[in-house]
Design a protein around this ligand. Structure first.
Ligand SMILES: [Zn+2]
Length: 136
C-alpha cells in the first residue's frame, strides 16, 4: 500500500517552509505529520493540503540535555501546537529564553517560522522539525 504523503516529502516541504498535511475526503479531518490513514475515521481517501502553520500552544517542555553534537542548542523549548486546522504538531519554540518560560505559554498563539530545526542522528533521515515563534 502506498502512502499518500511520505515523511520524507513532509520533511522536504518543511525545509521550504511549507507545512503539509492530509485532508480526509470522507470526514474532512486533517492529519499531520502524515499517516497512512485518517486519524479520525481511518479512511485512505485523503488528499495533500498545505497548512498555515498557525495555532496555539497546548503544552511544552524544555530540554536541558543535548543530543550528541548539539550542545550549543540547549536549553531549548519544544512545544506541542494545536494547529488552526485541527492536528497537533511538535516543534521548537524560538524568540524566548527557555529558562524563563512558564505556564503562561499555554494557549499562546504561534506561527511556524522560517527556520527549520534540523534533524539529529536519532531522527528519521534528515528530517526537519517546525520552528515556532509568537504571532505578532
Ligand atoms: Zn476521515
Amino acid at each position: 500500500m502506498e502512502q499518500k504523503l511520505t515523511f520524507k516529502e513532509f520533511s522536504e516541504a518543511l525545509k521550504k517552509n511549507k507545512l503539509l498535511g492530509l485532508k480526509c475526503k470522507d470526514c474532512g479531518t486533517i492529519t499531520t505529520p502524515p499517516k497512512m490513514v485518517c486519524r479520525k475515521c481511518t479512511s485512505l481517501n485523503m488528499e495533500i493540503v498545505e497548512l498555515t502553520g498557525n495555532g496555539k500552544i497546548q503544552t511544552f517542555t524544555t530540554a536541558y540535555v543535548a543530543s550528541e553534537g548539539r550542545k550549543d542548542e540547549v536549553p531549548y523549548t519544544i512545544v506541542l501546537v494545536e494547529l488552526d486546522e485541527g492536528p497537533w504538531i511538535m516543534g521548537n519554540l524560538t524568540d524566548i529564553d527557555p529558562s524563563q518560560v512558564g505556564m503562561e505559554l499555554i494557549g499562546k498563539r504561534v506561527k511556524m517560522g522560517h527556520k527549520i530545526f534540523p534533524g539529529d542522528k536519532y531522527s528519521a533521515g534528515d528530517g526537519a522539525r517546525p520552528l515556532f515563534s509568537f504571532e505578532s
